[in-house]
Design a protein around this ligand. Sequence first.
Ligand code: C2E
Ligand code: CA
Ligand code: CA
Ligand code: CA
Length: 281
Amino acid sequence: AKAQGKNCYALFDPDFHTRVVHRMQLEHELRQAIVHEQFTLYYQPVVNLSTGDITGFEALVRWKHPELGLVPPCDFIPIAEETGLIIGLSRWILRTACEQLQVWRQQFPTLSHLRMNVNLSVEQLNHQGFLSEVEQVLHQTGLDGQHLTLEITETMLISNTEAIIELINQLQSLNIRVAIDDFGTGYSSLSYLHRLPINSLKVDKSFTQQMHQDQINRDIVVTILTLTERLGLQAVAEGIETADQLALLKAMGCKQGQGYYFARPLPAHEIPPLLARGTIS
Ligand code: C2E
Ligand code: CA
Ligand code: CA
Ligand code: CA
């Protein structure tokens, strides 16, 4: 299971018995949440670092829990994955994100280039019907595949590499782009990176945020950016929180990014005012 992120609420009591009970309750509530449509997507703008223009969004799921309030994904995605609930939830996420992008593209015709990034989980990649579901969503929402980027992590590629390469090839034939998320934090995929039919690497926020602390982290970012360019891929820096981080990334040649410095993940209704301006700076 994934380590809990810093922004995770402590839903679990450290006592083991209590934890097991909470977990079972959480699983039960998660099933209810799907039935009662308690999920919502937040959208974080991805921007062109030199102009501040919004190039697209990353869709990030939240659970509007009746008592706990807004529950972050790290508190329920792992349970959804273990119980198989992730398949139905992910189907809803993909469809909702694509529908939302279509609404904004129609509302702002001059911004028709906007793209949507959607995170995948490994269970989806291994799910038989995945590709046809993606095709169906594109068909039903009328969204061209070129506006969709699917994010996978390095760890998803460790096993079943050949099958996943084949799947990515099929996604590419629908014009869908594929990004490697959290790049640099998983097992090194350098040996087969050049064989992966991907479009971009996302520089993990831990590197972005530690750049100012030491030279090593700056070297890592430079290395990722150099590698990206050599492989003909795009780089997107995550977790940009300060003007200093932004300045350094720009100086290093990074062209795209996202982070609290520009905008936090926002509920859908807060996005149109940003799109009306088109740029964040
Ligand atoms: P991720 O894909 O790496 O998403 C980026 C996370 O960084 C998001 O956390 C986002 O809110 C946060 N973030 C963005 N900018 C900044 C910043 O400037 N500073 C800091 N400290 N954090 C920033 P979030 O929304 O809590 O999501 C956590 C993880 O949960 C995601 O990491 C992703 O692995 C997973 N996740 C989120 N939504 C989905 C989804 O729809 N499907 C799946 N399968 N996983 C999801
Ligand atoms: Ca992501
Ligand atoms: Ca990430
Ligand atoms: Ca992640």
